[in-house]
Design a protein around this ligand. Sequence first.
Ligand code: IVH
Length: 668
Amino acid sequence: MEDKLALEQRVKDLHKLLNDYGHAYYVLDRPLVPDSEYDARMKELIAIEEEHPDLIMPDSPTQRVGGEVLPGFSKVVHDTPMLSLSNVFNEEDIREFDRRVRADVGNVTYVCELKIDGLAISLKYEQGLFAQGSTRGDGTVGEDITMNLRTIRAIPLKLSEPVDIEARGEAYMPKKSFMKLNESREEDGLDVFANPRNAAAGSLRQLDPKIAASRNLSVFMYGMGGNGADYGLDTHSGSLEYLASLGFRTNPETRRCKDVEEVLAFVESWQDRRPDLPYEIDGIVIKVDSFHHQEELGFTAKSPRWATAYKFPAEEVKTKLLTIELTVGRTGVVTPTAILEPVRVAGTTVSRASLHNGDLIREKDIRIGDEVIIRKAGDIIPEIVMSLADQRSGDEEPFEMPAHCPACDSELVHLEEEVALRCVNPQCPAQLQEAVIHFVSRNAMNIEGIGEKVVGQLFAEGLIKDAADLYTLTEEQLAGLDRMGEKSASNLIAAIRQSKSNSLEKLLFGLGIRHVGQKAAQILAMEFGTLDALRAATEEQLTAIHEIGEKVADSVVTYFGNEDVERVLGKLEAAGVNTVYTGPRKQDIPEDGPLAGKTVVLTGKLSHFTRNDAKAALEALGASVTGSVSKKTDLVVAGEEAGSKLEKAESLGIEIWDEAALLDAISE
Ligand code: IVH
């Protein structure tokens, strides 16, 4: 009992520590401890919670991703409407706004804030605990996106005081995360997001919170839903301070301005500094500070009279489209890039802009030789807004995406649901080099000492044509490369040799099969055990596996159906590369247990088992245990207080056991 009390206290201490570290890191941008310390404390808490599920509190720092896929978003009626702002576009408009304000209430102090380009959110707290988060929607009714918002580290799950409050603000995606996300979407042949705002909105409107969790979103809170007077506040600036004191992230670039001249100076100062911010802003919001003045000024039907938004002019410039270049990525996606007459936009010289795909070029009727208007999408990524058709001389040439790969001439295809054109020839030289770089990378075959540079040299010297050729390299050949010593050459050979014994999942991931990321590679390796078994698998066999969808199945079958792939695999096998799964678990699962071949989901609290023990017990009976309930689930073991997984299982008519049934099965 005493132990339990001590443990409860430790859990509380860990909550406090992790919340303090998290607040300093995600809200204040001022880390208190190294990441390793944060990770160590988080691991400690996870370990305790796994052993003692009854100690998992809803506001535990471990509980940001619930793991439940929502059936759809429910509607939320906002307590007070979430209004929008009137817009002003130049100095004269701002002066006019100020004149109207002063005509009504006399001289005022303003608060100027950055207008964050994301999406408006409302966060409701009950007794200081995060209770509900929603989108603005049409201003009156929004969508409940609590599960997704919980994944954002800058949103506190618990406030510093047990207050009931609704905070409002903006959720956004930092510029860097936006660029990374689009790069990987382009590689995957998916449509790219036009700007960070769309990317943030797209992420928060996903039904699976894991997607939002992976998108590195953040927030700035800029106001309250209710009445400031309820919290003893009489100014907007005071309410921002109060929000920060409760633990909310507020924007540090906020200024009080005593008159319109100071407002104009603030606006002016951001025209140039805007590109330096790590997030996107599209203007400056100007608000009357005093709540008393705000009340007197009141509202129009759509927006407050006490605030307005100055919108930056879009930085668009004219240049000429010289030509369109095609590049072939690792996965064979052929991307058209506009080569432009160099021109300065938003702080840098731009000479290239991705055109993403042929559809876009056609839709915008972009022709080689056209005068075009360009800008930076989200102020970062150069894009062509439009071509100036009326300025054509007649010499401009329409552009069609080629039917054949620019590097290997094989026929390009549109894989299902993809906008991208793809070269599916595994022998394509442009892809091969990128493919080998992927093959040797850490999470794939992990061949230390070989990176982009060495692979480039090996191709340039004609020493390799594909990943399998790595295994026939000799020390002499490597030592002959530029700036490669004998010692390094022998180390490389050793690293290459060592990689031969990798377990199958590393090889599968390294092969770079479309849609087969690390996780899918792991699942496929575990399920099939050998490369031969996977090669022989049909689409039906593949989709029968929990977590393997049609997209992956189709891609795997297409991949192994290719003759060139067969040849490379043959070379790998001949070189002695292991093609068998030697990782843990699958072998330990008996093939003839009472639950053999069954997919089982555990949910709720169990009193006789820890989660891990229950999982091990089920696996000992032959089951494979997965996280979420779907049509492919055969059985759900539900403990106390089981929630939506149990409901879903019931609605799908899946067999359900209680803990006693599990105990019975084990003792049989
Ligand atoms: S105040 C009643 N402050 O801009 C006024 N809005 O149309 C409520 N926005 O969708 C808005 N940064 O989400 C305010 N510092 C800021 C803002 C901001 C971005 C967004 C807001 C709304 C739009 C205004």
